[in-house]
Design a protein around this ligand. Structure first.
Ligand code: PLP
Length: 428
């Protein structure tokens, strides 16, 4: 074991990791574009964009220059009572790429905090008007982050069982599939009619942690329209679906009915620095305007509006203005489609699906254990041996690669996935 790994084992506590049984972590010392370089010189293709964040790959020069320049100009400054050029420019440019009703930008640190802020906004929106509403509607299988509010609106299971007694009231709607749309809309309407619901929160079009489950924009439009009919605020958590993943800049671009709040993070800075944004409508913002200080949104973090993060996010927006970014998104989308055609009838495949650059292959698992499927660990090791960093979600192997990945690198991933599924069917 290398010195780095020994020191890691002595002091570091890794996320989402059973420290007693998990294999030693991968010691990565450098990265460029889609490739990660390990301490021993081996190379890995970052097929999941490091938890969805490095959308342009690693070491992007445009982002790096922007952050370096900002570091030499203004590194950090309190954002309460102070403003700065990159914060203002980021707010302006984010509003410009969102639907016209979303006009107020609140800064935080990551996906979870952007969701916490959205939840506090909707609860206080009703509280400030003297009409408190305490219930939220979410979808079965939802994942919105690991802080308490975000966990409350997420799927209740082994992940958050130790904390469940502390969660607030949330109603969950079954995951939408073609056959249950009518039933779900009728259930949602009966809940909304109570006038107790502050908001509806969804991961639009694709649920990530539930295993890349996909549902239709038509259903989401109908649900959002229904919520609006009963003045229920609608939060789209685009932390994962944002920044080109579903083929458009945001998933909401594929929806006719727009949300009242959108949460952004992950690819927002091109994966270089942590930043969360919660963008709300003017109508929500205005409910906080008052002569009474307590009606303000009394929320903030030490690093709120950090100028380095803002500079990285501005550079990310620049990259989305270059045709090459959407050309690459279209190219990856097309490659995924070709692979799905090839793999979907394989005996080891339960379902193969795609939305834009997200490719998900759900594998048959005799143990039927979904997230804790044994397939996950075996597949992870199998891919590492072949120079690919692919972190399956239970029995769902998925690719959400950086947009700079080449077709040759994609082919290596497809071949390895195919080879892995072949081993499964032999074992079946
Ligand atoms: C849809 C969604 N919301 C929120 C989060 C939480 O983001 P973070 O891990 O940055 O706190 C995630 C993370 O995977 C996510 O997928």
């Amino acid at each position: 074991m290398s010195d780095l790994l020994k020191r890691d084992q002595k002091y570091v506590w890794h996320p989402f990791t059973q420290m007693q049984t998990s294999p030693a972590p991968l010691p990565i010392v450098r990265a460029k574009d889609a490739v990660l370089y390990a301490e021993d010189g081996s190379e890995y293709i970052d097929c999941n964009s490091s938890w969805w964040v490095n959308i342009h790959g690693h070491g992007n020069e445009h982002i790096s220059k922007a952050v370096t320049k900002q570091l030499e100009t203004l590194d950090h400054i309190i954002f309460a009572g102070v403003t700065h050029p990159v914060g203002v420019e980021l707010a302006e440019r984010i509003v410009a790429v969102l639907p016209p009703n979303l006009t107020r930008v609140f800064f935080s640190d990551d996906g979870s905090t952007s969701v916490e802020v959205a939840l506090k906004m909707v609860f206080q929106y009703w509280f400030n008007q003297g009409l408190p509403r305490h219930r939220i509607l979410a979808l079965d299988g939802a994942y919105h982050g690991d802080t308490f509010g975000a966990m409350s609106v997420g799927q209740r299971d082994y992940f958050n069982a130790p904390f469940e007694q502390f969660f607030f009231d949330v109603d969950f709607l079954q995951f939408p599939v073609e056959s249950n749309h009518v039933e779900l809309l009728s259930k949602a309407e009966s809940l909304f009619k109570t006038n107790e619901f502050a908001a509806l929160i969804v991961e639009p079009l694709v649920q990530g942690s539930a295993g890349m489950r996909m549902y239709s924009a038509t259903f989401l439009d109908e649900l959002t329209t229904l919520a609006h009919k009963y003045r229920v605020k609608v939060i789209f958590d685009e932390v994962m679906t944002g920044w080109g993943r579903t083929g458009t800049l945001f998933a909401l671009d594929q929806c006719a009915e727009k949300p009242d709040i959108v949460c952004l993070s992950k690819g927002l800075t091109g994966g270089v620095l942590p930043l969360g944004l919660t963008v709300a409508s003017d109508e929500i913002y205005e409910a906080f305007l008052s002569d009474e200080k307590v009606k303000a949104l009394l929320h903030g973090h030490s690093f709120t509006g950090n100028p380095l993060c803002c500079a990285a996010a501005l550079a990310n927006l620049d990259l989305f203005e270059l045709p090459v970014t959407f050309d690459n998104i279209a190219r990856i989308t097309q490659q995924h489609t070709l692979f799905i055609d090839k793999i979907q009838s394989h005996i080891g495949v339960l379902d193969a699906r795609q939305h834009g650059t997200i490719l998900a292959i759900e594998l048959k698992d005799p143990s039927g254990r979904a997230y804790f499927s044994n397939i996950r660990d075996v597949a992870y090791a199998f891919f590492l041996e072949r120079g690919l960093l692919i972190r399956p979600c239970g029995n769902v192997v998925f690719l959400n690669p950086p947009y700079c990945i080449s077709n040759a690198q994609l082919d290596l991933a497809y071949q390895a996935i195919h080879a892995f599924i072949d081993t499964l069917s032999v074992a079946d």
